[in-house]
Design a protein around this ligand. Sequence first.
Ligand code: ASP
Length: 345
Amino acid sequence: MSISSKSSVLLIYTGGTIGMKEDPGNQALRPFDFNSLMEEVPELHKFALRIDSYTFDPLIDSSDIEPGMWQKLARIILENYDAYDGFVVLHGTDTMAYSASALSFMLENLGKPVIFTGSQLPVGRPRTDGKENLISAVEIASSREADGSPTVPEVCIYFNSLLLRGNRSTKVDATGFEAFRSPNLPPLAQAGIDIRYNRDLIRRPGDGPFSIRCGLDTRVSILKVHPGITRQVVEDILLGPMTRAVIIETYGCGNAPSRDWFLDIVKESSRRGKILLNVTQCLRGLVNMDLYATGRTLKNAGVVCGRDITTESALGKLFFLMGNSDDNETVKAQLEKDLRGEMSI
Ligand code: ASP
């Protein structure tokens, strides 16, 4: 692992708390410009690196992220792919796991690091976590193996000493510094005195050239089952004419209510050709629709098993697969495959 003087990183600044400061009028946090942000992190100049930047206009709170911005991110990375060793995306934490997941599918044969990071406290605040997050993310994005190949050619989230696979990550803490976890996959690296990479887990790119696939079909709904869920709500979501796919967030190993009306609606939805994906509400473990009778009924109704995929990743995977195929059976077959390390097979 080394950082040579030739290394270069493109910092893509989309917004988020890391670059916000208080509006003197009402104390609400608002984004400030990239140069002011960089002035707060002079440590970056200590790296023998070329660090260039691309700033989104307008900068956004990531609650406003839209798939169009994922397409824009993918295009920026494509246009700058040959010119940089790695990319750091500064992004709000609220939807970082969604963006990192979506990008992991949209970037094909990725051979360079794309590291998302941000912070819980703005970089200008004395106790900020933003500086360490940004500095380490830059170091990881520029890190290379002895043979010159990038150490982590994946879309990742770096946060509070942990490097996590993007499409395995989820925001687990609204206020604490340890905001992200990948509950079903150990970290790809841990930063202490050194950055220790878990090389056995890091994926290597396929043979083909790097490319992007920006087609996204967003006709997806999420149905979270809960005690007391009403027939009307289930009908509206599973039979809604505008949805092509529904992520059913189930209990435990993939279980849902066994009442007739619920199962009839699932069957009808499936009969109408909708893509139904079973994702567990639990943070850890995986869906197994053979374990309980309720799970089996879902399986028999054509519901696809999401195994240990996160909801964030399931959403990105569906947008991506549906954007690239009009055939729902093809999409279902692809959903069952591990495409980018997003689920354990
Ligand atoms: N609302 C902010 C955002 O996601 C929160 C953060 O960055 O931590 O942009």
